[in-house]
Design a protein around this ligand. Structure first.
Ligand code: SAH
Ligand code: SF4
Length: 369
């Protein structure tokens, strides 16, 4: 039986991420849960997620809605439906809402998002917090949306390793790691609460890369972290390569999910509060197998509020959960999970903490209950 010490160095991070014995893992998760309870309380915040469009100009090689995937039926959620879902979230005491889509950079899109932000703020009397997750934009665009009322932005760096990033994206001049990093810096300059994160278990990713991801969150003084395991989408270049090499067995999937939980726990231990003068508390991650994530130190859940009929068209990866549910079901199911951990729900609170992406995966069983 080992005793978990707070990680201080890159080597410490790697050592914790290397743990595989069930007893050691349980100790790791318990230590992270204790740090969460002490720093941010045993409260879980809900951030409703509306996936409002799957049009995308990018071609990320892992993502199911990449522009080259012509099996996808594209959709734009009608504006009034988005507003109705936002109203539902507000009336159901969600403290905040995230609106997410594929990436577009045209003027019509920029205007549209700006108007949506204003309308959503208005319908909730400014009370519903609003997070945007709509990709890389110019600093000017980010500023317009901020001024319209969006105060949080999620943009995953995906990996802190530029060479690994290059293997995951086409070499077309439009998918540059440096641009993504610069976007995060713009968001910070403007005054957003900035969220980022990575995918865990990518082909070619090392434990050192994952440790560097955690160091990058700390060095960039990130406010919100959304991490999740990489999940195969069958009609993507990376997904096909992973399937062809036999690296998507049940054991491999389980290994990626477990690594995701370790990343939540180790991040919570390493970076319990933000390091800046502002001393914002760091939120944690959104859970993979939700209650497991909460037990490993996460404190934000993102129930899907996407219009039900469009859910089957917003598939970034295969076997996405909750696709056939309506918002009420998602809410009840998640509430039961929160209660099972012994956390309480911070209803109606804008929250000091932020939200993460949902990469919950069906059917993940813990090594130990
Ligand atoms: N277009 C925006 C937001 C939508 S994609 C953007 O790219 O920022 C949101 C996140 O989904 C991405 O950042 C990526 O980390 C994640 N994602 C995409 N494909 C995935 C896959 N196959 N497995 C796990 N996460 C994936
Ligand atoms: Fe588009 Fe985002 Fe998917 Fe990349 S990850 S293809 S930007 S939706």
């Amino acid at each position: 039986m080992m005793k978990i010490k707070p990680p201080k160095t890159r080597d410490d991070l790697i050592a914790l991420l290397s743990l595989t014995e069930p007893d050691d893992l349980q100790e790791l998760y318990d230590a992270a849960y204790a740090v969460k309870a002490e720093n941010v309380g045993r409260v879980v915040y809900y951030r409703g997620l509306i996936e409002f469009s799957n049009y995308c100009i990018k071609d990320c090689k892992y993502c199911g809605i990449r522009k080259s995937n012509d099996e996808v039926e594209r959709f734009d959620t009608p504006r009034e439906d988005i507003l109705a879902m936002a109203r539902w979230a507000y009336e159901n005491k969600y403290g905040s809402l995230t609106i997410q889509s594929g990436e577009r950079q045209d003027e019509a899109f920029i205007d549209y998002v700006e108007g949506l932000v204003r309308d959503i703020k208005e319908l909730s009397d400014g009370k519903l917090g609003l997070t945007l997750c709509v990709g890389e934009q110019t600093e000017e665009t980010y500023r317009r949306w901020f001024e319209a009322g969006a105060h949080r932005y999620l943009l995953r760096i995906e990996t802190s390793n530029p060479a690994l990033y290059a293997t995951l994206h086409p070499d077309d001049g439009h998918h540059k790691w440096q641009v993504r990093k610069a976007c995060l810096e713009s968001l910070r300059r403007i005054g957003y609460q900035v969220g980022t994160g990575d995918m865990i278990g990518l082909p070619g990713q090392t434990l050192g890369d994952l440790a560097d991801d955690i160091l990058l969150y700390r060095d960039m003084d990130i406010d919100m972290i959304g991490m999740g395991p990489y999940v195969v989408h069958h009609n993507t270049p990376i997904g096909k390569a992973v399937l062809a090499s036999g690296m998507d067995s049940k054991e491999e999937q389980k290994r990626r999910l477990e690594m995701g939980l370790k990343m939540i726990a180790v991040t919570r231990l390493f970076y319990p509060t933000s390091t800046s003068q502002r001393r914002r508390p760091l939120q944690a991650l959104h859970p993979l197998g939700r209650e497991l994530g909460l037990k490993a130190g996460a404190n934000v859940l993102m129930p899907i509020v996407t219009v039900p009929k469009f859910r089957p068209q917003y598939l970034l990866y295969d076997n996405k959960p909750c696709v056939d549910e309506v918002p009420e079901q998602c809410k009840n199911c998640i509430s039961a999970r929160v209660a099972s951990v012994g956390d309480t729900i911070g209803f109606g609170q804008l929250g000091r903490f932020a939200a993460l992406f949902p990469s919950q995966v069906k059917g993940f069983e813990p090594t130990r209950a």
